[in-house]
Design a protein around this ligand. Structure first.
Ligand code: MLT
Length: 315
């Protein structure tokens, strides 16, 4: 349609690229791929952005993803369709309170999830994503460290169980993953006995316990692509169905049941902030250079040190 045509023309004219998260609407993911941009998890988004020779990156996702792009590519202009698109984990871990919290445990390394503000990353020793958290925590354990983990308590608890690490957990949660329901999932499994259950570790422990595969977006996408099974129940943001269906069009995907009120699902397995990214505001931000991410240099340097520690480890 004409909006897409206009966006494509602007991307060329301004030497810009779209970097989109798996959780944004399918239309934007398709457009990113069609125009030489990237659809990925937060880590790959950051890497792609840093390696791209575009002058402008339009980050379709939530705020911390734009910040990470700016951290790694300070010379590029980083735009977001809507700067209000945030993340419940980020909001639930304000830098000032978190700094106070960390002060209580001076002998612990501070490990934070990518889903945090640049100010929180600046306090941290390490940044991790769901794709590399287990390996990094295991590495720290081997070094005899103890850690503070923030912000997602479910992911933290899962990592604690998997690694046996001594961890103090900040009590944050993702509004999408926290809503997956254990009893409803059990009965859905009974109705689909052949379906494999894929669960993101930001989900509550009882839901994780029902999983055949627990892992990051990438792990779940690869499971759908590579396992011989034909049916999957998926407990993560349903934006991910675009990539799963693209790689395995013949397979059946069922969204895991979420919390409801008065008979209606609350967030319905789709992040309301991710959903703030659309063609209309993408077009406007590109046309008018609005929604720019700017970070104070001092903070950027500090946050970058902990992000770089992760990137070097993952190489
Ligand atoms: C991310 O890193 O993009 C999010 O944690 C989701 C994931 O990849 O599991």
């Amino acid at each position: 349609d004409s909006l897409k045509t206009k966006i494509k023309a602007l991307l060329k004219e301004k030497n810009a690229q779209i970097v989109a998260h798996y959780y944004v609407d399918a239309e934007l993911q398709a457009l990113a791929e069609e125009t030489g941009g990237k659809v990925a998890d937060s880590l790959e988004m950051a890497n792609f952005g840093a390696q791209s020779d575009a002058d402008i990156l339009v980050v379709c996702g939530v705020r911390f993803m734009g910040e990470t792009a700016k951290m790694l590519s300070p010379e590029k202009t980083i735009l977001m369709p809507d700067l209000e698109a945030n993340c419940s984990l980020d909001i639930g871990c304000p830098a000032k309170e978190f700094a106070e919290f960390c002060k209580q445990y001076p002998d612990r390394k501070v490990v934070v999830y990518a889903n945090t503000s640049v100010e929180v990353k600046a306090i941290a020793d390490w940044v991790v994503t769901s794709g590399n958290a287990l390996n990094i925590v295991n590495h720290l354990k081997e070094q005899g460290e103890k850690i503070i983990w923030a912000p997602d308590r479910h992911l933290g608890h899962w990592i604690q169980k998997e690694t046996g690490m001594d961890m103090i957990l900040w009590q944050g949660q993702c509004i999408v993953h926290n809503e997956f329901q254990v009893y409803e999932l059990k009965s859905l499994k009974e109705k689909h006995p052949d379906a494999k259950v894929l669960v993101h570790p930001e989900s509550p422990e009882e839901v994780v316990d029902l999983a055949d595969v627990v892992g990051s977006t990438r792990v779940m996408i690869e499971a759908v692509r590579d396992l011989p099974d034909q049916e999957f129940i998926v407990a993560t943001d349903l934006g991910i169905f675009y990539k799963m269906q693209q790689l395995a069009p013949e397979k059946k995907l069922i969204v895991a049941p979420t919390a409801s009120k008065d008979g209606h699902c609350i967030s319905c397995a789709h992040c309301p902030w991710m959903a703030m990214n659309g063609l209309e505001n993408l077009y406007h931000c590109l046309r008018d250079s609005t929604g720019e991410i700017l970070i104070e240099e001092n903070i950027r340097q500090k946050a970058l040190a902990s992000v770089n520690r992760m990137l070097e480890f993952s190489r």
